[in-house]
Ligand binder design. Structure first.
Ligand code: AMP
Ligand code: MG
Length: 344
């Protein structure tokens, strides 16, 4: 008979992520070792993500996910140092589920609670996983698209989408073609296959708006025009390819300007859309041309995950920051630059 060998951890921060479609628990040891999260993604049967339906999903899966993390790592009040949770930004009903679970864990295990900024967590997991030090972050996810750089004690937003997030645009376009959520990975594979079969393809034949305005971006114009190209009879793979080329070029252009303005030499990709190989390739080429370096963490740390919340919690706890239960209300509209950064 064999018995299960449990992973032995000491002094860990547990992170709870629940800003939108994903409920996830992860952990990071105080020495910075990050462990994969236990996650569940809400996939609506039809239509977009309804905040209350996503919150119901999170409530239903919370106990099972947490038990599996606790059992695998033999977590108890002795080896847990703190509980971190996403305090914002995000969908109110979803954030409330994560915050409630985190408060209960903190009280039950009698360890400090620390509310963290979800967007800043994407930066800190990227820095800890890739070793980059002072990057410009291109944060491309479902709900957010921002170009961020540290200035003094803040991560400042240098440019951002003025309408929908890039991932939201990809998911909406996919849904209009009958592709279920999340649509980004399928768009990537359709685009790749089409380009391999049409190496001499010309973007002008499937033109779309180019969406840079100063340092800001927008994606609804691309979404509407892409559907028009489909209605005109263009191949789905061709339109997917054109959508990616236009939307990613716009993001990479703003990121390049941010590198030029700040003088920074590192570009870090974060958020679910940073899983995309074509975006990674375009970022790498741009950085090589300007003698900078592009970084991205493993895919499991690009999408929303509890481990990134634990990593920012670790940084905050080590800086002696924690959150009283009385101050632990969620903040759905928390901004990236509202959080003071007191660590290196
Ligand atoms: P997040 O909100 O950071 O968890 O990221 C989720 C978003 O990432 C969704 O909009 C997905 O469609 C998108 N996404 C995930 N993988 C890919 C990919 N390979 N290419 C493009 N978008 C992706
Ligand atoms: Mg995110």
């Amino acid at each position: 008979m064999y018995s299960i060998i449990h992973k032995c951890v000491e002094n860990v921060v547990v992170g709870v992520e629940s800003t939108a479609h994903t409920l996830s628990f992860g952990l990071v040891e105080m020495n910075g070792t990050a462990h994969p999260s236990k996650s569940s993604l809400f996939r609506p049967e039809e239509g977009g993500i309804h905040p209350r339906e996503a919150a119901d999903h999170h409530s239903e899966v919370a106990a099972g996910l947490l038990s599996s993390l606790v059992n695998e790592y033999k977590l108890n009040s002795k080896n847990i140092s703190a509980i971190a949770f996403s305090q914002g930004p995000g969908l109110g009903p979803c954030l409330r589920v994560g915050a409630t679970v985190a408060r209960a864990m903190s009280i039950d295990w009698q360890v400090p609670l620390v509310g963290v900024n979800h967007c800043v967590a994407h930066i800190e997991i990227g820095r800890s996983q890739t070793g980059c030090i002072d990057p410009v972050l291109l944060y491309v996810s479902g709900g957010n698209t921002q170009v961020i750089a540290r200035a003094g004690d803040r991560y400042q937003v240098i440019g951002e989408t003025l309408d929908i997030g890039i991932g939201n645009m990809l998911d909406k376009f996919a849904r209009m073609q009958g592709i279920p959520f999340p649509g980004g990975p399928k768009i990537e594979s359709l685009a790749k296959e089409w380009k391999e079969n049409h190496p001499n393809a010309n973007l002008e034949e499937i033109s779309l708006p180019y969406s840079v305005q100063g340092m800001d971006l927008n994606f609804s114009g691309i979404l509407n025009a892409a559907q028009t190209r489909i209605n005109e009879g263009h191949d789905l793979g061709a339109v997917c390819w054109s959508v990616q080329e236009h939307a990613f070029a716009a993001c990479v252009e703003v990121a390049e300007r941010a590198l030029a303005h700040t003088g920074k030499k590192e570009l870090l990709l974060g958020g679910g859309v940073a899983c995309n190989e074509r975006l990674r390739q375009m970022s790498h080429v741009m950085c090589e041309e300007r003698e900078c370096k592009a970084f991205w963490p493993e895919k499991k740390f690009c999408v929303d995950n509890g481990t990134m919340i634990a990593e920012l919690g670790r940084r905050m706890i080590q800086s002696e920051l924690s959150t009283e239960i009385n101050n632990s209300s969620i903040n759905p509209s928390l901004r990236t630059d509202h959080t003071t950064i007191i660590w290196d």
